[in-house]
Ligand binder design. Structure first.
Ligand code: MIC
Ligand code: SF4
Length: 639
């Protein structure tokens, strides 16, 4: 039987397990990346593991999230990460060099290799045929130390593209179309391979827009073949040597095949507050717009920016619209400057922000009260922009500019003539903002620079056989990690200070949660389906751990969050009968008995004030050992 692209890479990197969907496998990891919002914690964990030097082929520490330095905290964390990188053998991408996924694609990604990153959009590198996963910081720390990355062997989906995108329709619309088809849960447990004749019409940055937003489907990762287009991209980056061809076998078997005809797609938008709430620009046209933001790891490539510049050239944005443009990397920004496109953007009235995540993670540029904000980003969860009642729509660069010009949601097809973008054959390569590590000899003498904001990792305890806890919070479906542990400019500086962060836990859903959890001492959270979707932030597990959460009982979980809960020593459990969700209410006294036996049998009984429910768990032997030890750190250190 033939193999899919992902199966071929998995086969090459398999350390443990069988390539059977649903079974646990362990993979050798070639490259890792971190960003600063999750990186500080990941490097504290790496230090705690106690390995003197990274053992991957390449590890890069990026600074791109917490770049608003409104106090000493972020600057201290950056300095900490820089000193760690120098000592432990990582490259350090300075603030201003760009968004991790954009820079990694341009400068470091290699087709056929494995990559894990402490950021859920790490699958962006699938755009050049890399098998790339988002993971919790602790998993990345273990991989940096040469340890394997454990996942459940995914199912294989294939999306067959035919046709060619019509003028004013772009890769973002492909991402939104697949979200319309599959929903934010539709990719859970699957790797999505993109193929068919239609992919020959898509450049690497367009492919990367699509693999980037595969994360919003809940997919384990997404991947394109490595072909002549990949080769041309790598050669343009002066990295032709990194190229190798990669394709699935003709007789590869897929669990699901989806066909999309690119020629039939229209400009689409994801409406508030979910990436799968899709409508067409035609349907929504006429809604007044307050703000437009262009950038993020989804749409900040040179190609996207040249499109934006060409649409803005000689025009002014509407008086009532505030437009931000953040190029994805220093390479993109400096090439825009060299060819004059930056002047076209500036002359239009846009505000050019630094090459960083910025508004995407609420680091500045929050919309006005109840403001309508059109963003070329990948997530429009409630409150994520920093303005709780903002109405955020996810759009392509084409819809973004068209709407910034008119002041209303506008179908770009109404703008008239469409000019093709000419991409340069050679990109401007300047890696001077990537600082190399010290030699092993020099590294021994180097000191790690720690700021006062770095607080100790929350202590974990060995698992108990009987858990008595209060149902401190009951939430519905599709709870995101932005609900559990919000981000934004005010809170992000405290990513290495769990006690401070804990005050904001679940604040989007219930401001009194943290106080109640501390009072209750021992808590269980009850959730609906797809609990923990979105970001990879392990803080969404570490903070509940600090607040005394022992278990989360839900209808289903998102992959990375479930792994983060186990890594933190918190039990993720699912209702055998989803209707049992209704039997439990906030403040119920709950008991989980015979936990040790139950973990082995895959069934644990939850007893509550008004009834009981059978809960399922399908932990592997390794996961049981991690939970018993009180989390992955204790397990790795052999405590
Ligand atoms: C996000 O887009 O939500 C983030 C911020 O990049 C997160 C990581 C984090 O919370 O630091 C992610 O996607 O994993
Ligand atoms: Fe940064 Fe936004 Fe991408 Fe997350 S989704 S890495 S915050 S640009």
């Amino acid at each position: 039987m033939g193999l899919t692209i992902a199966q071929k890479i998995i086969k090459e990197h398999l350390i443990f397990g069988e390539m059977v969907a649903g079974k646990e496998i362990a993979l050798r990891i070639d490259q890792t990346l971190t960003q600063d919002a999750t990186g500080t914690m990941a490097y504290l964990e790496f230090e705690a593991i106690g390995i003197p030097r990274v053992r991957t082929k390449l590890s890069v520490a990026y600074i791109d999230h917490n770049t608003l330095q409104s106090g000493f905290e972020n600057a201290d964390d950056h300095r900490y990460i820089q000193s760690v990188a120098k000592k432990f053998g990582l490259r350090f991408s300075r603030p201003g060099n760009g968004i991790c996924h954009q820079v990694h694609l341009e400068r470091f990604g290699v087709p056929g290799m494995t990559l894990i990153g402490s950021d859920s959009h790490t699958p962006t590198a699938g755009g050049i045929g890399m098998l790339a996963f988002g993971a919790g910081g602790l998993d990345v720390a273990v991989a940096m130390g040469g340890g394997a990355y454990y996942i459940t062997m995914p199912k294989m989906f294939k999306v067959n593209l035919t046709g060619k995108l019509r003028p004013w329709v772009s890769a973002k619309d492909v991402s939104l179309e697949i979200l319309r088809i599959l929903s934010v849960k539709g990719g859970v447990g699957a790797i999505i391979e993109w193929g068919g004749e239609g992919i020959k019409t898509l450049s690497v940055p367009e492919r990367a827009t699509i693999t980037n937003m595969g994360t919003e489907l809940g997919a384990t990762t997404s991947i394109f073949p490595s072909d002549e287009i990949t080769k041309a991209f790598l050669e343009a980056q002066g990295r032709g040597d990194a190229y190798s061809p990669l394709a699935s076998d003709e007789d590869a078997v897929y669990d699901r095949i989806i066909d999309i005809n690119l020629s039939e797609l229209k400009p689409l938008l994801a409406c508030p507050h979910s990436p799968d709430n899709i409508k067409s620009a035609e349907e929504l046209s006429g809604i007044k717009v307050d703000q437009v933001c262009i950038g993020s790891c989804t749409n900040s490539s040179l190609r996207d920016m040249l499109r934006v510049a060409s649409m803005l050239k000689g025009k002014k944005i509407h008086d009532s619209v505030s437009l931000s443009v953040s190029p994805g990397s220093k390479q993109v920004l400096s090439m825009l400057a060299d060819c004059g496109a930056l002047s076209d953007i500036l002359a239009s009235g846009a505000r050019v922000l630094e090459c960083a995540c910025g508004p995407c993670i609420g680091m500045g540029f929050s919309p006005n009260s109840a403001g309508v904000s059109l963003r070329t980003f990948n997530r429009n969860f409630e409150g994520r922009s920093g303005t709780k009642d903002a109405q955020v729509y996810l759009v392509s660069p084409e819809v973004a500019v068209a709407s910034a010009l008119t002041g209303y949601i506008t179908d770009p097809r109404t703008l008239g003539e469409y000019k093709e973008i000419e991409m340069p054959d050679i990109f401007k390569v300047d890696d001077s903002a990537v600082i190399m590590p010290a030699s092993e000899e020099e590294a021994k003498e180097l000191e790690i620079l720690r700021g006062p904001n770095i607080k100790p990792f929350p202590t974990t305890k060995k698992l108990e056989n009987k858990i008595e806890a209060v149902l401190t919070l009951k939430v519905g479906d599709n709870i995101t990690t932005d609900h559990i542990m919000p981000a934004g400019a005010k809170i992000l500086p405290y990513r290495s200070n769990i006690p401070f962060l804990s005050k904001f836990c679940f604040a989007v859903c219930d401001e009194a949660f943290a106080e109640r959890a501390l009072k209750n001492g021992s808590s269980i959270i009850v959730g609906g389906s797809n609990y923990g979707q979105g970001s990879s932030r392990e803080h969404a597990a570490l903070v509940p751990l600090y607040l005394g959460v022992k278990a989360v009982v839900a209808k289903s979980f998102a992959r990375i969050h479930a792994a983060n809960l186990i890594n933190a020593g918190i039990l993720p459990l699912t209702f055998e009968n989803p209707e049992d969700y209704d039997k439990f209410s906030q403040d119920d006294k709950l008991t989980l008995e015979n936990v040790f036996e139950g973990m082995k049998n895959g069934k644990i009984t939850l007893k509550g004030t008004n009834g009981e429910a059978t809960l399922n768990c399908s932990y592997t032997k390794r996961q049981i050992d991690i939970l018993m030890a009180g989390g992955l750190l204790a397990y790795t250190k052999g405590e």
